[in-house]
Design a protein around this ligand. Structure first.
Ligand code: S3P
Length: 171
C-alpha cells in the first residue's frame, strides 16, 4: 500500500475522538509513517502542550501548530493526526486540502467526555465546568469538522482497527 497512498490522510476531530489511536492503526495498515502534530510540537519545544499554553499562550501554540502542519504536509504521504483545534483555522484547512484528504472522526459528546474527563492534559478543559466547556467546543466545532472530505463515526463499540479498516476502504 505504501506506494499507493498518493495523499496524506489527515485525521481531524475533537479531543478524545481517537485520532492518535486510529491514526496509528491506519498507518500500519497502509504501511506509511504515522505523524502527530501535537507530538511534533511537544518534541520540538521539549514541553507538554499544557506547558506551551501556560508559558506562551494559545495564539503562539496555534502559530506553531500551523507551521508544523505545513511542514508535515510537505513530507511524503503519511497518516497525520492533528490536534482538535487545528481544522478550525481556514489556513490549516487550505494547507490540508492542497495535499491531503481530511477525515473527521465523529464521536458524540458523551463518548468524548468519557475519554477526556479523567485526563489533565487538555489545557482548554481546565475550567470550572469542563463538561460545559467541552460541550460548547463541540457545538462550535462540529459545523467546521463537517467540512472534512470524509466523516467516520467513532462509536464506543467500534474497535480501533475496525475504524482504521473503514477508513482504508474508502480511501
Ligand atoms: C486542542 C486539542 C489537543 C491539543 C490542544 C488543543 C483543541 O489535541 O492540540 O490541547 O483545541 O481541541 P487532541 O485533540 O489530540 O487532544
Amino acid at each position: 500500500m505504501a506506494g499507493r497512498l498518493k495523499k496524506t490522510v489527515v485525521l481531524v476531530g475533537m479531543m478524545g475522538a481517537g485520532k492518535t489511536a486510529v491514526g496509528r492503526a491506519l498507518a500500519t495498515r497502509l504501511d506509511v509513517p504515522f505523524k502527530d502534530s501535537d507530538a511534533e510540537l511537544v518534541t520540538a519545544a521539549n514541553m507538554t502542550i499544557a506547558e506551551i499554553f501556560d508559558r506562551d499562550g494559545e495564539e503562539f501554540f496555534r502559530q506553531k501548530e500551523t507551521q508544523v502542519i505545513e511542514r508535515l504536509m510537505n513530507d511524503a504521504p503519511c497518516v497525520l493526526s492533528t490536534g482538535g483545534g487545528a481544522f478550525l483555522k481556514s489556513e490549516n484547512r487550505d494547507i490540508i486540502s492542497a495535499k491531503g484528504v481530511s477525515i473527521w472522526l465523529n464521536a458524540d459528546l458523551d463518548l468524548l467526555w468519557q475519554r477526556v474527563r479523567h485526563k489533565d492534559t487538555r489545557p482548554l478543559l481546565r475550567t470550572a465546568d469542563p463538561y460545559a466547556t467541552l460541550s460548547d467546543l463541540y457545538d462550535q466545532r462540529v459545523p467546521i469538522y463537517e467540512k472534512a472530505d470524509l466523516a467516520v463515526p467513532a462509536d464506543p463499540e467500534f474497535e480501533i482497527d475496525d475504524m482504521a479498516q473503514a477508513i482504508e476502504i474508502v480511501l
